[in-house]
Design a protein around this ligand. Structure first.
Ligand code: PEP
Length: 259
């Protein structure tokens, strides 16, 4: 499958930034900029409390709404948690799972991440699974071992059909929020490796249809370098996604990622 048959996707991760009252002005500005951009998929992943406002402002538009986390439990006495069925019932389409901040700050290991992925997919959500090595792991030359473990564990127990709702984001931990990006060659090397791991487990058809993003200090200035690479189908963006103009510029760049 040619790259151009995979729909580019640019997802913004607001993390714990902005306020509920800022969702509407942000959304209106982004929609005004992005009117007419249909080929790329834009996703805005906001904090839980902002999901209703985001769903309302983007209703009827091409911009999808995502959450940044989901419970590893299906329902019940888990004070403060939000489960996959609740996200789906609200109308949320995507959820980010396994972001490095969740892995490092909230002790999410590969087993918990796999549980979340399975629950989210069972609920009908689409998932953006983040994988990436730390600087120490890259220096120790174990990047590919780390990525292989993260990818295989995240997908444990799934069938090829479920992968239609899976997007991977390769986010080297050392590039997140640091202003230091991977080179486009480094990012392509790992994204192509991820596709290879998926190919070995699920076959060429599934692997060729899988969308893989790069994330880590992507800006309007550097986005194009990544989008030109054959195995990179878009970006997961933190800091630059908080400004509708920067987010839109990156979305615009992703149009150029055709073979
Ligand atoms: C992220 O948090 O997923 C991310 C890539 O952040 P930033 O773009 O700010 O590096």
């Amino acid at each position: 499958m040619k790259k151009k048959s995979r729909r580019p996707i640019v997802a913004g991760n607001w993390k714990m930034n902005l306020l509920p009252s800022q969702v509407r002005p942000f959304g209106e500005e982004l929609m005004a900029l992005a009117a007419g951009f249909h080929r790329q998929e834009a996703v805005v992943c906001v904090p839980f409390v902002m999901l209703p406002a985001a769903l309302k402002v983007f209703e009827g538009s091409d911009i999808s709404v995502g959450a940044q986390n989901v419970s590893e439990n299906p329902r019940g006495a888990f004070t403060g948690e939000v489960c996959a069925d609740q996200l789906r019932d609200l109308g949320v389409k995507y959820v980010i799972i396994g972001h490095s901040e969740r892995r490092t700050l909230f002790d999410e290991d590969d087993i918990r991440i796999n549980t979340k992925v399975r629950l989210a997919l069972d609920a009908g959500l689409h998932v953006i699974i983040c994988v990436g090595e730390t600087a120490e792991q890259r220096n120790m030359d174990v990047t590919f071992e780390v990525i292989m473990l993260q990818v295989k564990s995240a997908l444990y127990g799934l069938d090829g059909d479920a992968l239609k709702r899976v997007v991977f984001a390769y986010e080297p931990v050392w590039a997140i929020g640091t202003g230091v990006t991977a080179t486009s060659d480094q990012a392509e090397e790992v994204c192509s490796f991820i596709r290879g791991v998926v190919r070995a487990k699920f076959g060429a058809r599934v692997a060729n249809g899988l969308r893989i993003l790069y994330g880590g200090s992507v800006t309007p200035e550097n986005a194009d370098d990544f989008f030109l690479m054959p195995d990179i189908d878009g970006a997961l963006i933190g800091g630059a996604s908080l400004d509708p103009h920067k987010f839109f510029s990156i979305l615009e760049e992703s149009e150029n990622n055709e073979d």
